[in-house]
Design a protein around this ligand. Structure first.
Ligand SMILES: Nc1ncnc2c1ncn2[C@@H]1O[C@H](COP(=O)(O)OP(=O)(O)OP(=O)(O)O)[C@@H](O)[C@H]1O
Ligand SMILES: CC(C)(CO)[C@@H](O)C(=O)[O-]
Ligand code: BAL
Length: 275
């Protein structure tokens, strides 16, 4: 695996790399990331992973400073997975001057759900993803469904801005007890880690209810939030939405997804399940 820290170095090498499949990450890699790398292999001649903890998508007071940075271990995992190139720039390479131009996703996509609780997050995310697209110029890029709203916003950005990039969504990889793998799981205490699968269990329950015809969405959402609160979580939202645009569904609409975000101790977890 070749490791590049400069845009010029990466671009130079990718001139002869054939079809490029890009997998952007913030590092601290786990099996969810590796599943995306494996999938990427089927979509391109060269798999390019990126590791960059993007300050722009973190709000003041969030975990930018303490976000786990495990570069050596990440390189070993990527090499073992057969990734061809790693692009791991520092902040000066990505943001040599304060970023003046931004990608501002439409409010109805960016200010709902996670965007309501992390104002500006999707603007910072979309801006860095667009920069990574310009830098690596991939033919295909892969993102996990665990970050469902992120994936929707990237798909819409690519469509609206006519980017010649195919976007592939990877299924959420889970621990044996159902907890979605996430770098932030590492923040959990042992007791919190035992409690954490409740989020997935609860999403599963809501999906079972929806599949059996229960359409009282406000009640389903409220019951789920109450159950979390009763177990010492601080939920931001549990929401049943349309898969296609994450807007509110009409009475008997199908194609739904249940999304949740909640804080357990000092750790904010997100998850979702398609119906
Ligand atoms: N469990 C998972 N299954 C599949 N894809 C995942 C999983 N976790 C993360 N991804 C995807 O990997 C890519 C990089 O994500 P990121 O580096 O933020 O990892 P993360 O574990 O989600 O970290 P965080 O704790 O910050 O949410 C994203 O496209 C994300 O959706
Ligand atoms: C897509 C991404 C790498 C952009 O910083 C990040 O939001 C993530 O890891 O999901
Ligand atoms: N996994 C999405 C990146 C973030 O939470 O900032």
């Amino acid at each position: 695996m070749q490791i590049h820290s400069t845009i010029a170095g990466l671009r130079g090498t990718l001139k002869t790399a054939g079809r490029v499949a890009l997998v952007p990450t913030m590092g601290n890699l786990h099996d969810g990331h590796i599943a995306l790398m494996d999938q990427a292999r089927n979509h391109g001649d060269s798999v390019v992973a990126t590791i960059f903890v993007n300050r722009l998508q973190f709000r003041p007071g969030e975990d930018f400073e303490k976000y786990p940075r495990t570069f050596e271990a990440d390189c070993a995992r990527l090499a073992a997975a057969g990734v061809d190139h790693l692009f791991a720039p520092d902040e000066a390479e990505m943001y040599p001057q304060p970023q003046g131009y931004h990608i501002d996703p439409p409010a109805e996509q960016a200010n709902i759900l996670d965007g309501e609780f992390r104002p500006g997050h999707f603007r910072g995310m979309a801006t860095v993803v667009m920069k990574l697209f310009q830098i690596a110029q991939p033919q295909v890029a892969l993102f996990g469904k665990k970050d469902y709203q992120q994936l929707m916003i990237i798909r819409n950005m690519v469509r609206d801005l006519n980017l010649p990039i195919e976007i592939v969504g990877g299924e959420t990889i889970r621990a044996a007890d159902g907890l979605a793998l996430s770098s932030r799981n590492g923040y959990l205490t042992e007791a919190e880690r035992r409690e954490a699968p409740r989020l997935f269990e609860l999403l599963t329950k809501v999906v079972v209810e929806l599949r059996s015809g229960n359409r009282d969405l406000p009640l389903l959402e409220r019951d789920a939030m109450d159950l979390l609160k009763a177990n010492n979580w601080l939920p931001d939202y549990v929401a049943v939405r349309k898969k296609i645009d994450l807007q509110l569904p009409a009475a008997h609409e199908s194609g739904l997804v249940v999304l949740a975000a909640a804080r357990l101790g000092s750790t904010r977890l997100i998850d979702n399940l398609e119906v």
